[in-house]
Design a protein around this ligand. Sequence first.
Ligand code: FE2
Ligand code: FE2
Length: 136
Amino acid sequence: MASELIELLNKAIAREIGVSVQYMWQHVMAMGMKSPEVKDIFEDIAIDEMKHAEKIADRLFYLGGIPTAKPTPIKVGGSLEEMVQDDLETENEAIELYKEIIAVASENKDSTTRLLFEEILTNEEEHKHTFTILLK
Ligand SMILES: [Fe+2]
Ligand SMILES: [Fe+2]
């Protein structure tokens, strides 16, 4: 029962660490592109993602798991538009995974995990919205 949730939470941690580095490095590279608003957006969202990683790791540890330190593949590079396109894709993946985690947590009557991911899901939808607006 908890093992399925632990596996899903580790998937979530791996992607939170990965996107945190992805956005922070995009922030660094966007500085070279002289795009002040976008570089700040990358930095702010990178910090959000690192906080997500920490909160999920706390929960996973409480549930008896060992949080992974291995990130998912990190996509950095290309034009600014290509970077934002990649980010939009990673946010969509997060939204899909977190909806699954919310469903499994509900099945397991684990309200704490469910509430945590409802909160994180709200943030990811905001990130998606921000990236969508940037592409317009
Ligand atoms: Fe996140
Ligand atoms: Fe996000």
